[in-house]
Design a protein around this ligand. Structure first.
Ligand code: GLN
Length: 201
């Protein structure tokens, strides 16, 4: 199968690792910094990093509406860690200097809580049972959010210690952890399948 053309939002955070992993699977990858970079893509990865910084840069580069339009036109989106926060309808745990409020695309019917596994020193990795994968996925958590609530139509694909850490809603995928920081490419392959799937008529 021809692999889809994927964008990686390249404003801040772990975008190079996503790019390498997607390219290792044969996908064509474009780094997205400006609205025009979205043209012709079938999927976009929003990487981990610092969600408030990525949100501010998305405003500076006028990317909020174009990314929403990209999804409305059928583009798949995958948010990892900070990226998952940016996909969520509701964000808890934003720092007080933001008035406890945080901008997000609000495309995925999730409530996420930022930094829910503790502080930086509490970053960890663990084998994760993921729905649809035969063997555990090595998951790296770095000041990760948890998904506290999922709406109807959101499929839970993995939990860690009872908390939801991987979920899917149609062409939207959200992971609390960083699949681009391990050698295991199975979740990137899953996203390529999602992005390549034909749109419902
Ligand atoms: N703690 C970061 C945030 O809330 C996310 C960390 C990450 O992406 N690794 O934005």
């Amino acid at each position: 199968m021809t692999q889809p053309h994927i964008g990686v939002l390249a404003l801040q955070g772990a975008f190079r690792e996503h790019r390498q992993r997607l390219e290792s699977l044969g996908a064509r990858v474009t780094e997205v910094r400006l609205p025009a970079d979205l043209a012709g893509l079938q999927g976009l990865v929003i990487p981990g990093g610092e969600s408030t910084t990525i949100a501010r840069l998305m405003a500076d580069y006028a990317l909020w509406a174009p990314v929403r339009d990209f999804h409305a036109a059928g583009g798949a989106l995958w948010g990892t860690c900070a990226g998952a926060i940016l996909l969520a309808r509701e964000v808890h745990g934003a720092p007080p200097q933001f008035g406890g409020q945080q901008d997000s695309l609000a495309l995925m019917d999730l409530t996420v809580r930022r930094n829910a596994f503790g502080r930086q020193v509490d970053s960890f990795h663990t084998p994760l049972q993921v729905q649809g994968l035969d063997t555990p996925f090595p998951a790296v958590f770095i000041r990760a959010p948890v998904i506290e609530r999922v709406g109807e139509g959101v499929e839970v694909l993995a939990r860690h210690a009872g908390q939801i850490v991987l979920a899917r809603q149609g062409r939207l995928l959200a992971s609390s952890f960083h699949p681009e920081l391990t050698a295991d490419a199975r979740l990137h392959a899953l996203f390529l399948d999602l992005a390549a799937a034909p749109l419902p008529a």
